[in-house]
Design a protein around this ligand. Structure first.
Ligand SMILES: Cc1cc2nc3c(=O)[nH]c(=O)nc-3n(C[C@H](O)[C@H](O)[C@H](O)COP(=O)(O)OP(=O)(O)OC[C@H]3O[C@@H](n4cnc5c(N)ncnc54)[C@H](O)[C@@H]3O)c2cc1C
Length: 491
């Protein structure tokens, strides 16, 4: 049986501790701060369970024989990678790319780890077996996972082991035959109300002496001692779907996680006491590439959606045929197509890690650097195209219910291509995408979800084929020399 939305929502009713507005919430699946985002997450599972989508969205688990989401598929060829991407792209389209940590993100990360089991074997046979078993368990139960892999901001000039408290950054405070105990904080758990389990790990480099922070483990979100400290809910503030079509449906939430002595059994510990392994798990094997390739697929879909919004804004205001506006739309179209091309390039330029087919690293990191810079510019262009249109709107959908106000809305919300309801509806959506608190959080997300731009530029530096670029310069320079006469003058 393929997992569907109902099963997913049931699996979330597990007594987890989510703190919001001064209290720990009861059954968060029904709470006004989370329930619609949870329903959106559930709709992804519903989509994959529909008979007409089974082939596109699922594959047969080699262990259970059941169909499970393609997010767990381990491609061995370009065609399988593309087949898997079609499933990820279809999921992203259901949310217009607005669920950053949709289930396929951390599934891609764990799948990349499974492809790199050889590295885990060198770390420890027991830890490798934990990764293998967990991957199969998560795949066969179609788990929705999220992760926290960054130290909380405290003093960024200091490492994890130099902060004012030994366990400000989460680390192992105890261990016994059963497992480890984790104490301390990690950021920034996106999607915790929507997900089943959280991956806790460290992606920021650690130094010798910081071994206790070099832990990677899988923790159910209802684990005893795990405190989920939610940010403000935008969903709770969304007055109606008409007024806030995105915040009301796709507010995936972000939270600081505090591990208040959370016990984790050894079979869920992937990395332990090894600062080098804590880094290698991301970059020496396909982990980081797979998880971020998923991000670029999602972002490609989101840019297409924003591009569609830009075009509709221009049409609605009758500005599409101004040459400057056509150029602006052309620029946005070119940028969207660039990201589409980079996704195709990552696939076509991919290669094998063992038997697995992995997207091209150089193009992935180029895309990450450029899209972090592109997103805020894209948003600014949408604002420029809109002018005051996103602001000169009725106070809420309630205004339409009052005949007097509805009359004045009709008199003031005019467009050459739609009626007043259509105009207000579009500009409400546009504001929610780029101007509301939800939209603003999305800008922050796209700028930082994979680290600051300096971090992704570091990856681009690390993975570029410098020999080829520098070799051309050296080749040309070696084809000429200082003329003989001049050389004699050089002492
Ligand atoms: C909305 C949102 C959702 C996220 N979701 C998740 C998630 O689900 N899971 C997860 O693990 N992470 C998530 N992240 C990413 C993560 O939590 C961090 O935001 C990200 O890694 C950047 O780190 P930081 O925010 O601590 O910024 P910092 O590293 O503190 O950087 C902020 C700025 O400080 C300066 N700076 C910092 N360090 C240096 C330095 N060494 N040298 C020079 N300048 C420096 C730079 O100007 C930089 O832009 C999310 C982020 C956001 C914004």
């Amino acid at each position: 049986m393929v997992k569907d939305g109902r099963k997913h929502i049931e699996s979330l009713r597990d007594g987890r501790r989510i703190f919001l507005d001064g209290a720990c919430v009861d059954d968060h699946t029904q709470h006004p701060a989370f329930r619609h985002a949870i329903a959106s997450a559930a709709s992804l599972f519903d989509y994959q369970a529909q008979p007409q989508h089974l082939e596109k969205m699922t594959f047969v688990s080699p262990k259970s024989g059941d169909r499970v989401s393609r997010m767990w598929q381990l491609p061995t060829s370009l065609s399988e990678l593309v087949e898997r991407r079609h499933a990820l792209e279809a999921w992203a389209e259901l949310t217009c790319g607005m669920l950053g940590r949709s289930p396929d993100h951390v599934a891609s990360c764990i799948s990349g780890m499974y492809m790199g089991l050889d590295l885990f074997e060198r770390h420890s046979a027991a830890r490798a077996s934990a990764v293998r078993d967990y991957y199969e368990y998560a795949r066969d139960n179609d788990l929705y996972l999220t992760y926290v892999i960054i130290s909380p901001q405290a003093d960024r000039s200091k490492g994890a082991g130099e902060q004012s408290d030994d366990f400000l950054v989460a680390g192992v405070c105890d261990e016994d035959q059963q497992g480890i105990t984790i104490r301390g904080a990690k950021m920034l758990g996106t999607g915790c109300p929507l997900a089943n389990e959280v991956f806790v790990g460290a992606i920021q480099p650690l130094r010798p002496g910081e071994e206790k922070h070099s832990v990677t483990a899988m923790v159910p979100l209802n684990a005893k001692g795990l405190q989920i400290l939610s940010r403000k809910s935008y969903e709770a503030q969304a007055m109606s779907t008409f007024d806030s079509p995105l915040s009301s449906a796709f507010d995936e939430n972000d939270a600081i996680l505090y591990f208040d002595d959370v016990k984790v059994p050894w079979e869920r510990v992937f990395v332990h006491n090894d600062v080098q392994m804590a880094q290698a798990q991301w970059h020496a094997i396909p982990t980081h590439v797979y998880q971020n390739y998923q991000c670029q697929i999602r972002l490609m879909v989101k840019l297409r959606f924003l591009l569609g919004l830009a075009k509709k804004i221009a049409d609605t205001n009758g500005i599409t045929n101004f040459p400057q506006v056509r150029e602006t739309l052309g620029q946005l179209a070119a940028e969207t197509a660039m990201v589409e091309g980079m996704v195709l390039g990552m696939e076509a330029g991919g290669g094998h890690y063992g038997k697995y087919f992995v997207p091209n690293k150089k193009l992935l990191y180029a895309a990450m650097v450029l899209t972090q810079q592109l997103y805020p510019k894209f948003v600014t262009t949408l604002r420029e195209l809109s002018g005051g249109g996103m602001i000169m709107l009725p106070s809420s959908v309630e205004d339409f219910a009052n005949p007097e106000m509805a009359y004045y809305i009709g008199q003031t919300q005019r467009s050459p291509v739609t009626d007043s309801v259509g105009r207000v509806k579009l500009f409400r959506l546009a504001w929610d995408a780029v101007g509301s608190e939800f939209g603003s959080r999305h800008q922050q997300y796209e700028m930082f979800y994979a680290g600051a731009n300096m971090v992704t530029r570091g990856h681009a530096f690390r993975t570029y084929d410098w020999d080829r670029a520098v070799g051309m310069v050296d080749g040309l320079m070696s084809s000429y020399a200082l003329p003989q006469a001049e050389r004699q003058k050089v002492t």
